[in-house]
Design a protein around this ligand. Structure first.
Ligand SMILES: Cc1cc2nc3c(=O)[nH]c(=O)nc-3n(C[C@H](O)[C@H](O)[C@H](O)COP(=O)(O)OP(=O)(O)OC[C@H]3O[C@@H](n4cnc5c(N)ncnc54)[C@H](O)[C@@H]3O)c2cc1C
Length: 271
């Protein structure tokens, strides 16, 4: 849809081009969310794609994902030796149902910044204990743990003028075993619940619950918990919510069920 109140689109080539950002001038990434609804509050956009940030950089410490990396690019991430968590990238990319057009423009940063409960890049970043590099509007840099970034349904830690620059995924998480479950009310519908489990080499078990809760919830255990403990902890989560994509009680029930499946899968099928 046309944003008829927008009178200027600035291509960002250097960080100072972001100085114009504020309540009515916002970053533009893929535009799949920005151009989906009327935004009469906006007067300008700053196109982040013009920075030409590298999409994916593999280092000795892990993986750097440029905020403007598209879901299509991320889905083609080449597997590296030892990266047991590699399937989680494709699983999370395909948890966003849109046409090939959406997949080819929607960016990792745009998905995190939109901060829908069903944001699959939030699932991915939180499940892998990623850190987010935020360029603050005052010129400073901030590193925010992904698990703290999304604070509610379409709310996050970004202030007007801030830009999410990149996502750092640590090597230890990339080397971990992962398991993934997603459910929606219809085959192509938005996710009602998306859960990702991670079992680290040292036995740490991390379960991330998204889409069913207003914000991502992470449960952490030094070793695999019993089925009873995990079910109790999932049921006790306090931010299940109801919308067109599922009722809160159904989401809680699915959370318990899918969490148990993940626990069993990572336990090697033992219950
Ligand atoms: C058919 C369809 C299906 C969809 N399904 C889903 C779904 O299942 N789950 C889901 O979460 N979303 C879904 N979306 C919404 C949207 O496509 C995604 O959230 C997408 O990832 C947004 O990325 P983008 O690059 O297009 O963001 P844009 O539309 O460019 O921007 C979205 C918002 O984020 C801000 N922003 C973008 N990049 C940054 C940055 N680096 N730093 C700071 N702010 C930034 C923008 O200012 C804007 O407010 C869907 C959209 C469509 C059209």
């Amino acid at each position: 849809m046309d944003l008829s109140t927008v009178t200027r689109v600035i291509a960002a080539h250097q960080r100072s081009d972001l100085d114009v950002l504020g309540p009515t001038v916002v970053p533009l990434a893929g535009g799949s969310e920005l151009f989906a609804d009327p935004r009469a509050d906006l007067t300008g956009l700053v196109d982040l794609q013009a920075f030409g940030w590298t999409a994916l950089t593999i280092t000795d410490q892990g993986l750097e994902i440029g905020a403007t990396c598209t879901l299509a690019e991320l889905s083609r991430l080449p597997r590296q030796a030892g990266w047991a968590a590699h399937p989680l990238f494709y699983q999370c990319c395909t948890a966003l149902f849109g046409s090939f057009k959406v997949w080819n423009v929607a960016t990792v940063g745009g998905n995190l910044a939109t901060s829908l409960p069903a944001g699959p890049m939030t699932t991915l970043a939180v499940a892998l204990d990623s850190d987010l590099l935020v360029w603050r509007g005052d010129g400073s840099d901030d590193v925010v743990p992904a698990r703290d970034f999304v604070t509610g349904n379409m709310t996050n830690m970004l202030a007007p003028g801030d830009v999410l620059r990149s996502i750092h995924v640590p090597l230890a998480s990339l080397n971990a075993q992962t398991a993934f479950r997603k459910i929606a009310l219809s085959p192509l519908g938005r996710s009602g619940a998306v859960l990702a489990g991670r079992l680290d080499a040292d036995g740490l078990f991390v379960l991330t619950v998204t889409a069913a809760t207003l914000r991502p919830v992470q449960l952490r255990y030094p070793e695999l918990p019993t089925a009873e403990v995990l079910a109790g902890d999932i049921a006790a989560i306090d931010c299940w919510f109801t919308d067109a994509h599922g009722a809160a009680d159904w989401r809680r029930a699915m959370g318990v069920l899918l969490g148990d499946e993940i626990r069993a899968e990572l336990a090697g099928g033992q219950s």
